[in-house]
Design a protein around this ligand. Structure first.
Ligand SMILES: C[S@@+](CC[C@H](N)C(=O)[O-])C[C@H]1O[C@@H](n2cnc3c(N)ncnc32)[C@H](O)[C@@H]1O
Length: 216
């Protein structure tokens, strides 16, 4: 049982750390939204890493929002994340509010993916990005080997078995068909693999993150 839990959790926890690090590097100051946040692990991790970032999490499940609010309350962070109840395709935030939007393992649940992605486009500031991760069904041989090296044989076996079983895991073809939806408003759309996960990366047209000019 321990191996099963480790197999399922270790690669995901490693991804959360990677996303939190990348979010803090990309947006040193500002606001980040996690959609389908579940128990709020990612916003809590981001808030812990960078006190100048305001993290938000939103989820359609009342139970998940209540659990994540409880964790935020217990966290004693100076900048606890804000957790809201809501649906990806109807976000309760102003236009151009966020510097970054992320989501892990939630996209496959969204009944209207294009509506959710266009809602992300609306709440993002010009030039900013959205990183949407989900499970990858046809993990490459290279990623399988890396998984074994990183987490050990047992954990890797369980993680791969889980991917085979969950119908929510996406193929590259499914991910491409989401990206290629002509109704999407993003300027740039890219598909990347991250170990055993898929990353759908979007960029909104606009100025982007302004670089602080160097002193002569
Ligand atoms: C597999 S969980 C992932 C939770 C979290 N992101 C994580 O990585 O642990 C998927 C989450 O997406 C939420 N969700 C599903 N459909 C949603 C929607 N249309 N809008 C917002 N959240 C949604 C679910 O309630 C659930 O908490």
């Amino acid at each position: 049982m321990d191996s099963l839990i480790k197999g399922l959790n270790a690669p995901r926890n490693s991804l959360y750390r990677e996303v939190a690090d990348a979010a803090c590097a990309k947006v040193p100051v500002g606001s980040v939204l996690d959609i389908g946040t579940g128990r709020g692990v990612l916003p809590l991790m981001i808030a812990e890493k960078n006190a100048r970032l305001k993290a938000y999490g939103i989820d359609i499940s009342r139970k998940a929002v209540s659990a994540s609010r409880k964790s935020a309350g217990k966290s004693r962070l100076s900048n606890p994340p804000q957790f809201d109840l809501g649906e990806a395709s109807s976000l309760p935030y102003e236009d151009e509010f966020f510097d970054l939007v992320v989501s892990t393992f939630s996209l496959h649940h969204w009944p209207d993916k294009a509506a959710g992605l266009n809602e992300i486009h609306r709440v993002l500031k010009p030039g900013r990005e959205a990183w949407i991760y989900d499970h990858w069904k046809e993990v490459s041989q290279e990623a399988r080997q890396q998984l074994k090296r990183d987490f050990g044989l047992m954990a890797a076996w369980f993680a791969l078995a889980h991917l085979r079983m969950v119908h929510s895991a996406m193929t590259l073809e499914t991910a491409r068909s989401i990206l290629e939806d002509p109704s999407l408003k993003f300027q740039e759309k890219r598909l990347e693999t991250r170990g055993i996960f898929l990353l759908l990366k979007f960029r909104k047209a606009g100025a982007g993150v302004r670089q602080v000019p160097r002193k002569p």
